[in-house]
Design a binder for this molecule. Sequence first.
Ligand code: NI
Length: 183
Amino acid sequence: MAIRNIILEGDPMLRKKSKPVRQVNDHIRETMQDMVETMRQHEGVGLAAPQVGVMRRMFVAEPVPDEVYYMINPEILEQDGSQTGEEGCLSVPDLEGVVERPQHIKIRALDLDGNEQSYDFEDFHARVMCHEYDHLDGVLYIDKATETYDPQERYEELQKEYEEKNKELRKKLEEDGAISVEE
Ligand code: NI
């Protein structure tokens, strides 16, 4: 296995529609294993083939640790409900955004053996699959996000908020005599 380079937003390859995989062979399997390794190296939860310059309809996803999905020629058969949450993308580093996604999807894809599988996903799993699926059509989450921000800046803002709140809390706790110092 090998770590692949991840293409960043701005490269026209990320905006193209990928072509179906014609045959699930060793080359495809090796590419997908490389994608898993690359995704893990970057602490991502999903990676689509066009992100590593392979313009084929396939992606890998690991929404929770050690639960890896290999999706080849995926098709979203059903989607319903809606959820709003935060997303990031390995092709758009140092940014996060708020995106609306379906609450539930039914997706069909070929696995690494070329067998057809269908899955029902909800919540975060559904979000990850929709995000990766979009990559195959040249769509990035930032196209759909209602808001994007730098998580580092957001963290600094939050730290300031916490600090203010802690000052108030501390005062209140002291007034109540609720603070005890262990010697
Ligand atoms: Ni992405």
